[in-house]
Design a protein around this ligand. Structure first.
Ligand SMILES: [Zn+2]
Length: 341
């Protein structure tokens, strides 16, 4: 596996004595897509947690996902897809997304609790939420719906990540239209397979597992590692599941292993003062032998916490060029103690 980086250096002078200081930065190339990621703005990965009581106070009163409202406010699916209207598992509810960005979109709540601190999200809770989403995917698949191609779970946890609500929930959708980065990865993995005759993700995991610099650990068929060219400012945690092409190939054991690893990532980033993240599934279609199911867990934080400056600025928003404030290999060393399975 070829990991390319372009090393750069900036020289600045001290205004008083004109002594020089060299500031390093690095432009890394994602080994699959060639997407570039800058490792720069080096700083200690440490943020202050806010006063959560103050942040949360009163938000439950207008929360549509709280138990007193969720069943009266949220809509039903069309009867040919889900005859009972919504899917329910204990206190978790899955219903149509009323702000759809595709034709088959759902939202699944994580139950009746309005605020669940990141460190109180258990593997069992994630498994239960994911299983509810999988029930939706199976209904879509069984209905032979034309959108039953890519089955995706996304998670925005807490407002910093883009969540408009405190109440924990998942974005669940089935689509024939792969989102940008997923489509670029699928195209690149197909090309890699065509040219080399091997699967990029299998090769990546093999290389990272033996090289160890970014490898975190393995639970069952799921390998956990830090991305070489991360999207998040505090790095990304990548999980790749061996032998799995698409979401519906995942077994109950895989889902449990994934849930466990996600809670380990949450615990590790919590120690840095991070309390928000995005998590996206990246899946192939069911016969896409050239790819492997993987997911990205990307912590979200601030460039300036006091001002509430988000960690996405012009360079990321309009160029889609990412910045990471530490070397992924150092981030790996910070996270690794949590990834002993
Ligand atoms: Zn709520």
């Amino acid at each position: 596996m070829k990991f390319e980086a372009h090393l750069k250096e900036t020289i600045v002078l001290d205004p008083k004595n004109k002594t020089t200081r060299a500031i390093p930065s690095e432009i890394r190339k994602d080994p699959l897509t060639g997407r570039t990621a800058r490792i720069c703005h080096f700083m200690k990965l440490k943020w202050e947690k806010p006063d959560f009581d103050k942040m949360i106070a009163g938000t439950e009163k207008i929360c549509p996902f709280c138990p007193d409202k969720v069943l009266s406010i949220t809509p039903y699916f069309a009867e040919d897809l889900i005859p009972e209207g919504r899917l329910i598992s204990g206190d978790m509810v899955l219903f149509p997304n009323i702000a759809p960005y595709d034709s088959l979109g759902a939202v699944a709540t994580f139950g009746s609790r309005h605020y669940i601190p990141m460190t109180e999200i258990t593997p069992e809770l994630i498994v239960k939420g994911f299983r509810l989403a999988f029930e939706f995917f199976k209904r879509v698949e069984n209905s032979k719906h034309p959108e039953s191609v890519y089955h995706i779970i996304n998670w925005n946890y807490m407002p910093v990540s883009g969540s408009s609500l405190i109440h924990p929930h998942l974005q669940v959708f089935s689509t024939s239209s792969a989102p940008n980065l997923m489509r670029q990865e699928l195209d690149a993995a197909y090309e890699y397979y065509r040219l080399k005759g091997t699967n990029f993700w299998d090769d990546l995991v093999k290389s990272e597992e033996s090289e160890k610099k970014r490898f975190l650990g393995r639970a069952g068929r799921t390998a956990w590692l830090c991305s070489y060219a991360p999207i998040g400012v505090a790095g990304d945690v990548l999980a790749v599941v061996d032998g799995v092409r698409c979401t519906l190939d995942l077994t109950d054991k895989d889902i449990s292993d994934i849930a466990l690893g996600l809670t380990r990532a949450m615990a590790a980033y919590d120690r840095m003062g991070i309390y928000s993240f995005n998590m996206n599934f990246f899946t192939g279609a069911k016969d896409d032998d050239f790819t492997r199911f993987h997911l990205l867990f990307s912590p979200r934080t601030f460039f300036n916490q006091a001002l509430g400056t988000p960690d996405v600025g012009a360079i990321r928003n309009l160029y889609n060029e990412t910045l990471c404030m530490a070397f992924p290999e150092d981030i790996r060393d910070m996270l690794a103690p949590d990834f002993i399975f």
